[in-house]
Design a protein around this ligand. Sequence first.
Ligand code: SAM
Length: 208
Amino acid sequence: MRLRFKPNAIPEMKENDRVFFYPRDMKGKWHEIFANDNPIHLEIGAGKGDFIIEKAKANPNINFIALEMNTNAFVIASRKIIEQELTNVIGLVDYAEELTDTFDENEIDHIYINFSTPWPKTKHHKRRLSHPRFLERYEKIIKSNGIIEQKTDDLSFFENSLKYYEDFGMEVLESNFDLPEEKSIVTEYERKWRDRQKPIYYAKTKFK
Ligand SMILES: C[S@@+](CC[C@H](N)C(=O)[O-])C[C@H]1O[C@@H](n2cnc3c(N)ncnc32)[C@H](O)[C@@H]1O
């Protein structure tokens, strides 16, 4: 996803009190911020926020955190949080690499990774958000039996991801090599692939 640099994205997001930048001092305090004990679901690489906004509207008793490092994309998500007056969504400008500085042990119930970069070259595989290097981080912040859901349009990345989950000792609850549209929240990015008749791959896995 290539986006033009938007010089006003950061100042605009800093005006939104539901968007936090690299919030290291909030570790362990996210339930306080939401002011309830509802489960917290985290999307990593949330882009323009289409997925998490729809999830949040449909699930008012779940707290959602959208994490994204690209402010040019994320300013769109920030606007949607304000416009739709969603009190169960928070945005974080942050890096997945820093998750354990942002969240405490057991603070997260569920993680979504939608259409993250497939990084096809072997030397870059460790940058994949399903790589064991990241699973180690997720395991630290997620509750026992916590769930990861992943969608991608890249078959090789998907097959490798299933192996990462199994090798990590996770249980693959569902793997679908052609996720029907009616079972998906279709983002702008996903729409592009579906319009080209490309299958969407989906996995639901559980930490043991
Ligand atoms: C192809 S986009 C998909 C966006 C959205 N999930 C969707 O389905 O429309 C992948 C997003 O992941 C973000 N991303 C990739 N690696 C990341 C990382 N290490 N930390 C935070 N965000 C990351 C990118 O900036 C990009 O916005």
